[in-house]
Write a protein that binds this ligand. Sequence first.
Ligand code: FO1
Length: 306
Amino acid sequence: MLAVLTGGTGGAKLIQGLSLETDPSELVIVCNTGDDFVFHGLHISPDIDTITYTLAGVADTGRGWGIKDDTFAALEWLGKYGGETWFKLGDRDLATHITRTQMLKQGLTLTQVTEKIRSALGVRSTILPMSNDKGKTKIQTPKGEISFQEYFVKQHWSGEVTGVSYAGVERSRPAPGVVEAIREARAVIVCPSNPVTSIGPILAVPGIRSALKQTRAPVIAVSPIIQGLPVSGPADRLMAAMGMEVSAFGVAKAYADFLDLFVIAPEDGDQQSRIEAIGVKSVGKSIRMDSLDDKRRLTRELLAFL
Ligand code: FO1
């Protein structure tokens, strides 16, 4: 079994490769839920949905979120009634959020709901939320604190960020199966997701980081940063706000206490000696995943290290 830690878009690319190059039923995927929020009364779990849709073969891989060929008629009508439309919920995607919200109201946990949606969409991998408890990513700005989605989607990640926090995470517990997967895996793969707002919230759940340190499985991560720039999204701004060096080395440093191997871009070869000096082996590989071929090739290279 392979345990995989991931956020949404960046992680989904590697997970698509993994699902094609391994037996998908061998994958246990732990998803960030720090981005979860409520919109129009519905519980949205963007990263869980991105990974589920990717594995079900229905994701809009160009956009990086939502369902391919989805339409937005319901959202348009919500707008006619004066409702908020900045978060683009597609008509088919809405069915997922309605189902999740109803099941949560009936008393099911997010783990149970995720399992039901996965199974209904024919996904063979296990998809786990990092936690069934609260732990919401908050972005601090000079004008006050906002939720991750307000920063990311509503404000298009513009404006100054002075800090990032995971509200309530200290009282959260790992969801059932998360620590077990990390302990029992033959390898743990940390996806090239944002280290602050995708992997950071997972590591902040008490018990997950210590499981990564203790597991006998090799822990391999792929860098989300190439030559000081994120492959996608605002990782550079958020890392800087957290006082991290915006580089592959900066990510390696954040993971150094549990990481065995860090896969970086060949262009970052000059950072290899610094990364090795903090006790992490590193290797240069082409880590951009623009095409399906790229995703499959990188996956095969990762699997070869195991
Ligand atoms: N990201 C956007 O940039 N704009 C959107 O309107 C948007 C809608 C959306 C709807 C459902 C969903 O599951 C994800 C959605 N995302 C959207 C992506 C998502 O908010 C972020 O990419 C993740 O939270 C970051 O990992």
